[in-house]
Design a protein around this ligand. Structure first.
Ligand code: ADP
Ligand code: MG
Length: 339
């Protein structure tokens, strides 16, 4: 007869890590999200070799108390929700308490942090899931995390990593999505000695879009803003003259979280029907804001997909808003200089 056994924590953590941490880009996504959740106004990302040798993220957020450091890398440990009810009103990007545990399990992980009420910082070193030491050190308020040699102790997974260039491409996309979602935060990205982005905080979303996609597209965006009692849809879509051969320039943010949603992508294509040639896709940067209880973000380990309580209504709101906008817009005259 087969025997049923409870798996040891290290195995459980490696399984969880497999769901959340696929490649260096996942590390960047999780750590940047934590910095945003910590209220940081500045987040610096430095990576080496496409992130597979090093990902370092420093923020000026609220920091972690020394006596909570160990807990921060335990699985299912979070400061963001308390009970099952909270699962249905998640107001932060994180809530599963899995990321740090997963990352620390499959890397050489150093976390340095200081809270505003403490006069010293502490540093914790975790090697492949084993806590090595916690020592006092000097540092400014905030948190800095270094992730070295990702997957050094899971060789099979390491083999799946692609070239530096490919990994950096994924990582840069992850960086872009978060930097787009939070224009009020100053983000920087360095790859080795090269400064890739330095994005000063801005009140104007168009400025952040221009930093990534260039002035030409940014100046030809049509602003969208439609709100009913509970749902606000805002952002920009591009003049149909500017379009793409794929849908990679369609960004949808739900309460600050980048998501993919086939139905909404379909609504977008429908809105542009007749305005684009077959095989061409619209450019869109859209933000949906709604009460957290109207959406379940707990359906996908990386939260890329969500489940709306009333997806039909959101579909119609998007399609209706865009159609009305196009009818009232002179599509040859959308030029707006970036201030
Ligand atoms: P989650 O984000 O789902 O809560 P994580 O494993 O990503 O889980 O992080 C665990 C906890 O560590 C967080 O709930 C938070 O309290 C703390 N934490 C992680 N990163 C930071 C950071 N950059 N600044 C402050 N606290 C952090
Ligand atoms: Mg997190």
């Amino acid at each position: 007869m087969p025997t049923i056994r409870q798996l040891p924590t290290s195995v459980v953590n490696k399984i969880a890590a497999g769901e959340v941490i696929e490649r260096p880009a996942s590390v960047v996504k999780e750590l940047m999200e934590n910095s945003v959740d910590a209220g940081a106004t500045r987040v610096d990302v430095t990576v080496e070799h496409g992130g597979s040798e090093l990902v370092r993220i420093s923020d000026n957020g609220c920091g972690i108390d020394e006596d909570q450091l160990k807990l921060s890398v335990s699985s299912h440990a979070t400061s963001k929700i308390v009970d099952a009810d909270d699962l249905f009103h998640v107001g932060t990007l994180g809530f599963r308490g899995e990321a740090l545990a997963s990352i620390a399990e499959v890397s050489q992980f150093r976390l340095r942090s200081r809270t505003p009420d403490s006069d010293a910082a502490s540093e914790m070193y975790v090697n492949g899931g084993q806590l090595v030491e916690i020592t006092p050190c000097g540092a400014a308020v905030g948190t800095s995390i270094e992730v070295r040699n990702l997957f050094f102790n899971t060789p099979v997974r390491k083999k799946f990593l692609r070239t530096t260039q490919t990994e950096f491409g994924h990582l840069s996309e992850a960086f872009t999505r978060i930097a787009l979602a939070f224009p009020h935060v100053h983000f920087t990205l360095k790859h080795g000695a090269r400064q890739i982005y330095d994005l000063p905080p801005s009140d104007n979303w168009r400025e952040r879009l221009a930093a990534f996609f260039g002035d030409e597209i940014a100046t030809h965006l049509i602003p969208i803003d439609n709100a009913d009692e509970t749902i606000r849809l805002s952002g920009y879509v591009a003049d149909p003259k500017f379009n793409r051969a794929n849908n990679k320039m369609q960004f949808l943010f739900l309460n600050g979280r980048h998501i993919r949603d086939r139905a909404l992508q379909h609504a977008l294509s429908e809105a542009y029907r007749g305005l684009l040639l077959t095989g061409r896709y619209p450019i869109a940067f859209l933000r949906l804001q709604m009460p957290p209880e109207m959406v379940d973000v707990n359906v996908h380990p990386t939260k890329l997909e969500v489940r709306f309580q009333d997806s039909g209504r959101i579909y119609s709101q998007l399609l209706g808003t865009l159609r009305t906008k196009f009818l009232s817009t002179d599509l040859t005259a959308t030029y707006k200089p970036v201030e």
